[in-house]
Design a protein around this ligand. Structure first.
Ligand SMILES: NC(=O)c1ccc[n+]([C@@H]2O[C@H](COP(=O)([O-])OP(=O)(O)OC[C@H]3O[C@@H](n4cnc5c(N)ncnc54)[C@H](O)[C@@H]3O)[C@@H](O)[C@H]2O)c1
Length: 328
């Protein structure tokens, strides 16, 4: 089976591509390379450089390769940037990928797995958050993902495109051998930022909000190891290919880890304390974001194996230590 991985040269997509190859699939990567890294890809996966919105490129890709399914990771993901430039996010995350869906239709390719996000829920009314929780995104980023989920539902009803949207909570960690990891520019993800501060690669790490109603006053998040996240993709892809109907699943552990607990774990892994500053809450940051992952666990027997905070931090520290500049 050959899988098209859009955004496959990015953090999660490149890990996914390597896992697909390791599990006996063929993979073709389509990435604009705006944020991607060629070095993150295995030699077995051809890279097509182009935008998912470019009809000529995408059409040619579907005619050059017999594609059995699509994993769609391509997208912008910086929440703060989306607040400043909402149109940029709507164009890249909603309008552009319609071309991908159109080319899938024309090529007769039905299954697509979509990278959605916990940001579709906005500020949660209840935690843990289950899939049927109110959807009320508070950023254009969250809205763009919700809008594409809705588009996928229409494409199923109208054209028979079968999709599973996975709403990730916080993807984190590196490959277990420490050879591949997170290399975002700019980096906005908490565990990478804290690892870099512990390694002296940035001046300090900031805790935003220390007066939340949580056990230690800092925010609680649900961290999912990239290996477990990619394993979830393979499970749902196989189900979709075997006729599972379109649906939506949370991917998280169901356990919240506080920012202070992350700092403590990174201090342990580094073997020394590092500069941590305490700042006020950031607008739009909910105190607690924790998934209810019961649905994906029950339906697919998926279970995180590496998502305890110790394993996540150990793998991330290995990667950042050996690649202080990321892939750059
Ligand atoms: N990292 C997380 O914690 C997280 C959480 C929830 C959802 N997601 C979603 O997962 C996906 C992957 O995230 P990531 O952390 O790997 O990001 P990333 O920036 O590392 O990877 C995204 C890749 O997509 C490419 N890309 C962007 N727009 C494109 C386009 N229009 N056409 C072709 N290529 C394009 C970029 O060059 C990049 O290589 C994103 O859609 C993101 O919204 C990520």
């Amino acid at each position: 089976m050959k899988i098209l991985v859009t955004g496959g040269a990015g953090y999660i997509g490149s890990h996914m591509t390597r896992m697909l190859i390791a599990r006996g699939y063929e993979a073709v990567v389509l990435d604009s390379m705006e944020y991607g890294h060629k070095e993150s890809l295995p030699a077995e996966a051809p890279l097509v450089v182009g935008n998912v919105a470019d009809e000529t490129v995408v059409k040619k890709l579907f005619s050059d390769h017999h594609i059995d399914g699509v994993m769609h990771f391509a997208g912008y993901l910086q929440v703060e940037e989306s607040v400043r430039f909402p149109i940029k996010y709507m164009k890249n995350n909603v309008i552009g990928p319609v071309t991908l869906l159109q080319c899938m239709r024309e090529a007769g390719v039905k299954p697509i797995i979509f990278s959605s996000t916990a940001a579709v829920y906005g500020n949660p009314l209840t935690v843990p958050i289950s899939e049927d929780h109110r959807k009320q995104p508070v950023s254009p980023y969250g809205l763009s993902k919700w809008a594409f989920e809705e588009l996928l539902r229409v494409y199923d009803r109208s054209y028979g495109i079968k999709s599973i949207a996975l709403r990730y909570f916080n993807a984190a960690g590196a490959s277990l051998d420490g050879l591949h990891g997170e290399s975002h520019t700019p980096e906005t993800h908490l565990i990478s930022l804290a690892c870099q501060a512990a390694l002296g690669l940035r001046a300090h790490f900031s805790i935003f909000g220390t007066d939340y109603e949580t056990p230690d006053g800092s925010a609680l998040r649900d961290y999912i190891h990239i290996e477990d996240l990619c394993d979830a993709h393979i499970k749902v892809l196989e189900a979709l290919i075997s006729g599972h109907p379109s649906d939506v699943y949370n991917v998280g552990t169901g356990t919240g880890t506080s920012v202070r607990e992350v700092v403590a774990e990174i201090t342990r892994a580094a073997g020394h304390a590092f500069p941590v500053t305490e700042a006020g809450r950031r607008a739009g940051d909910p105190p607690i974001l924790v998934a209810d992952p019961a649905k994906i666990m029950k339906e697919f027997g998926w279970k995180p194996a590496h998502s305890d905070i110790g394993s996540i931090v150990t793998s991330a520290m290995k990667w950042h230590t050996s690649h202080p500049k990321g892939y750059a």
